[in-house]
Design a protein around this ligand. Structure first.
Ligand code: 5GP
Ligand code: ZN
Length: 117
């Protein structure tokens, strides 16, 4: 628990959220500013700041997240597929520094967008 972290406060229930799924390792909730009909944020219940901070000691949280994403995506309304995104660091566009995976779907998504292409 990081007392200054928005997503740690959401896990604790100090800030309300719309829960999609929860177990001992993972919390999943609807993004406050959805970019598709299904836009769920999936986070570890342990404070890990970003993709850069995954280690052998905490990676069980991450592997469990990936085991649960197919179930979470369907619970969140993605029936026919979905996309998983994790923004990392300044250039990656990360705005909340508690590791999270965006699970986006519920509609046919545009093809991948890369800069300069
Ligand atoms: P990032 O930009 O770090 O990849 O993603 C952060 C995400 O968190 C954004 O999509 C943003 O809409 C979402 N977000 C920020 N604050 C809150 C909040 O208080 N509640 C919820 N449910 N989502 C939030
Ligand atoms: Zn945190």
């Amino acid at each position: 628990m990081d007392y200054d972290c928005l997503f740690c406060k959401i896990i604790k229930g100090d800030i309300p959220s719309s829960k999609v799924y929860e177990d001992d390792y993972v919390y999943a909730f609807k993004d406050i500013n959805p970019e598709a009909p299904c836009h769920v944020l999936v986070i570890p219940k342990k404070h890990i700041a970003s993709m850069d901070d995954i280690t052998p000691e905490n990676s069980e949280y991450v592997s469990h997240i990936f085991e649960m994403i197919p179930i979470i995506a369907r619970k969140g309304g993605a029936e026919n597929g979905y996309r998983v995104i994790s923004n990392c660091g300044k250039d990656g566009g990360q705005s909340v520094f508690h590791l999270h995976f965006h699970v986006i779907g519920g509609t046919e998504l545009p093809l991948h967008v890369f800069p300069n292409k």
